[in-house]
Design a protein around this ligand. Structure first.
Ligand code: ADP
Ligand code: ZN
Length: 745
């Protein structure tokens, strides 16, 4: 009798354990055990789900248990992703099984919510050409239309030529036209997306940029930062680079910031590439997400577009990864696995020898620094398409307006007259204020206390429309009539400013104007955001007031005036990135003006007109902003020079949380004393109460580790985490490790 050949599998279980486990594969499963499938395995006394990472014939481990079952018929991710998952687990100090769980789409077991795509007939020309003289004028016209589109839906054709149905049938029989059935996609406005397969002829600026990318595709790993001002045609660059990657047999991944609506980019990609695009975003149901995922696994699509989690799209031969608006902070995941998809794009590309293209009109300090340090290569687009000029920015000093009235007007005379002029020209106005609600600091007239949230250490915001005070951190509300919770006085003065107050004021100043507001409150209902955007497009809105929602991704050609009501709101946050964030927001909002035929104008109101962040945003002077910002980062030991690991301690019990923060601080100091190697490379700050000291009933403490080098910094964090977890004092007290934190509050 010959000894049976044994087989083993390395399995990552979806539990908080850092090591992978080895299991024996029973003979019945020998032919179906493959990396990427889920398995059921015994761990202590229970059965848990795990993921197969690899298979091998022998092991030196003893007491090996057997796999109970293999769950999937086919792998959920290609073997080439296993190393990527391992890297993430190590770098972000997160158990590998939980990394994979976070990467895979939800609803793996639920296959509900499948949507059958709608089909429609499309028309295109054939090689057979009719003699022109043999055609009626209408048929000739129809052929011309089909030719210019390359391919057009019968429905769209009928809009131009009512008799198209009959004519197409005749010309199809004669062999001049052919008909194809295609899935139709609709944009959020419910309109079908017409295919536009023909690329633009590149401008003199775009051509060399595309050329550079195309040139390196397939020749190994490289990262590019495309710094192109708003409206400079970055999307066309992306599309032509993607087209080339596909031509060379690769797949391409396009990451976009998380926004409430299908973005401009998704729409134009669908129009250009049609069926071979998968969409992965939060608007999909679990079933739809899973379907999109499996289309990628089955190689039915070559392009995926999605928000941050799309970085895990299961492509096997990625050639190109694009990260649009790379500075956007929505690439950072803020719970469980706290990864940054922009950074992971670079890691994944490196592993697959692919090219990364990061694009932005306001690059992150980190990425720009990487260009100057020679880690990334820089590409530029300096001009707007068709030489549209950038809007002219006027700065209005809010300090100067103080004397005129007791209460400071937040619509200054300058802004008011600019609005009047714009309305008179029948053009649209965008007013930006990065704060929703009516008043952010409602205060009792009797005792002078602001209205505070009972769950959080913050003031509540007065929402006049909803007739309540609302906490923007936990959502807790109390009726406006309740008044002061400290002295019971019913009268509260609405101190502070929010979009609701702006709307009321604007409506009273311009009673004839049609005013709308776009913020989280007005867009909470399904379909509400679509309606606002549609009204804006059709000209049913004259003045739109909005929070940072309006700064992102949308293209409004008839907006010629942008008013920034108070540019300073984000400037004084206790966060080392507040200047960077403010610059980006101002430059992006300003870039919304004048994207159509008429030139744009921006009025920027501020209390700090000399602040470098404001003056450089006014001039759209990124290099100037960077030059001013970078010395501060260097002397204060912040990124991009030093790396950070933030440790957050939270808990409902005030004493125990504070005590544990102290314990973690002591562990950290002991580790620093024990290991000489850390002392010169790692700095340690804290523990201190977080700027947001209590949120959702939880007390919050912070410790900050700064490292001149990644390896010792992460080593210290790893040791600290292991020790600290053994000392957790009570249930409900938690330690959270945030590597490369974005939110410092
Ligand atoms: P960005 O993303 O850089 O802000 P967009 O990609 O939105 O700019 O481009 C601005 C506009 O210019 C879009 O309407 C786009 O269709 C158009 N466009 C881009 N490239 C070309 C080109 N080569 N020729 C003509 N129009 C172009
Ligand atoms: Zn609250």
């Amino acid at each position: 009798m010959t000894a049976r050949k044994k087989s083993y599998a390395e399995v990552a279980v979806a539990l908080p354990v850092f090591k992978t486990l080895t299991y024996e594969v029973p003979e019945v499963f020998h032919s179906v055990v493959t990396p990427g499938k889920r398995v059921l395995v015994p761990v202590r006394n229970s059965k848990v789900t795990g993921y197969i990472l690899g298979c091998f014939d022998n092991t030196d481990q003893a007491n090996i248990k057997e796999i109970i079952d293999i769950i999937d018929d086919e792998p959920l991710f290609p073997p080439s992703m296993v190393e990527f998952f391992r890297w993430i687990a190590t770098y972000y100090l997160h158990p590998i099984g939980e990394v994979i769980k976070a990467a895979l789409p939800g609803g793996l077991n639920a296959r509900q919510g499948r949507v059958r795509p709608k089909k429609a007939l499309y028309v295109r020309t054939t090689d057979k050409k009719p003699r022109i003289s043999a055609l009626s004028k209408t048929s000739d016209n129809l052929l011309n239309i089909v030719n210019t589109h390359g391919e057009i839906s019968l429905q769209a054709l009928k809009k131009e030529i009512p008799s198209a149905g009959r004519l197409v049938k005749k010309m199809n029989e004669a062999g001049f036209l052919e008909l194809v059935e295609r899935n139709v996609y609709r944009d959020p406005f419910g309109e079908a997306i017409e295919p536009q397969p023909t690329p633009y002829v590149l401008t003199k600026e775009q051509a060399p940029v595309v050329e550079t990318i195309i040139d390196v595709l397939g020749k190994g790993f490289q990262t590019y930062l495309l710094y192109g001002i708003t409206g400079s045609g970055k999307t066309e660059v992306y599309m032509q680079a993607v087209a080339k990657a596909l031509e060379k047999g690769y797949q391409a991944l396009v990451l976009v910031p998380e926004i409430a609506l299908m973005s401009q980019i998704e729409r134009v990609f669908r129009a250009r590439f049609g069926d071979c695009v998968a969409l992965l975003h939060s608007g999909l149901s679990q079933g739809e997400r899973f379907d999109q995922w499996m289309r990628i696994v089955h190689k039915k699509v070559k392009i995926a577009i999605g928000a941050r989690s799309a970085i895990f799209a299961p492509f096997e031969h990625l050639g190109l990864i694009i990260v649009d608006e790379e500075h956007d902070e929505s690439y950072k995941q803020e719970n469980k696995l706290r990864y940054n998809a922009r950074d992971l794009a670079v890691v994944r590309a490196k592993e697959q020898s692919a090219v990364v293209l990061l694009g932005s009109a306001t690059p992150s300090v980190q990425s720009y620094h990487n260009v100057l340090a020679g880690k990334f290569r820089g590409l530029r687009l300096k001009k707007r398409i068709e030489d549209q000029v950038l809007p002219k920015v006027t700065v209005v000093d809010l300090k100067q307006t103080e004397g005129r009235r007791r209460a400071k007007p937040f619509i200054t005379e300058e802004l008011k007259s600019a609005i009047s002029e714009t309305l008179a020209r029948k053009e649209q106005v965008l007013l930006f204020l990065n704060r929703r609600g009516f008043a952010n600091c409602p205060t009792c007239t009797a005792c002078g206390s602001p209205i505070r949230c009972k769950n959080c250490e913050v003031t509540m915001t007065l929402h006049q429309e909803a007739n309540c005070f609302k906490c923007h951190y936990c959502g807790y509300t109390i009726p406006q009539a309740a008044g002061c919770s400290i002295c019971g006085n019913p009268k509260v003065i609405p101190i502070g400013l929010g979009t609701e107050k702006v709307e009321a004021k604007v409506q009273s100043l311009f009673p004839e104007a049609r005013v709308a507001r776009m913020d989280r409150d007005t867009t909470a209902r399904k379909g509400a955001l679509v309606k606002i955007l549609k009204d804006l497009r059709t000209g049913a809105i004259d003045i739109l007031i909005g929070t940072q929602m309006v700064a992102k991704g949308h293209h409004y050609p008839n907006i010629t005036l942008v008013g920034i009501l108070c540019a300073d709101l984000s400037l004084n946050f206790p966060d080392f990135r507040s200047a960077e964030r403010t610059f980006q927001l101002l430059a992006q909002v300003a870039g919304r003006a004048g994207r159509g035929k008429s030139p744009g104008r921006v009025i920027l109101q501020t209390f700090n007109p000399e602040h470098s962040c404001i003056t450089t945003a006014r001039d759209q002077d990124y290099a100037g902003f960077y030059k001013n910002e970078i010395p501060f980062r260097k002397t204060a030991a912040y990124p991009p020079y030093w790396r950070l690991v933030q440790i957050l301690i939270t808990g409902k019990d005030k004493e125990k949380t504070a005590q544990y923060a102290g314990t973690v601080g002591k562990i950290c100091r002991d580790l620093l004393a024990e290991h000489k190697s850390f002392r010169s490379t790692v700095k340690f700050l804290g523990p201190v109460t977080a700027p947001l000291a209590r949120i959702r009933k939880e007390y919050r403490w912070q410790l900050l580790l700064k490292g001149a080098k990644t390896i010792p910094l992460h080593k210290l964090a790893r040791l600290l985490k292991a020790k600290a977890q053994q000392e957790i004092p009570a249930r409900g007290v938690k330690i959270i490790i945030d590597v490369d934190p974005v939110n410092m509050l």
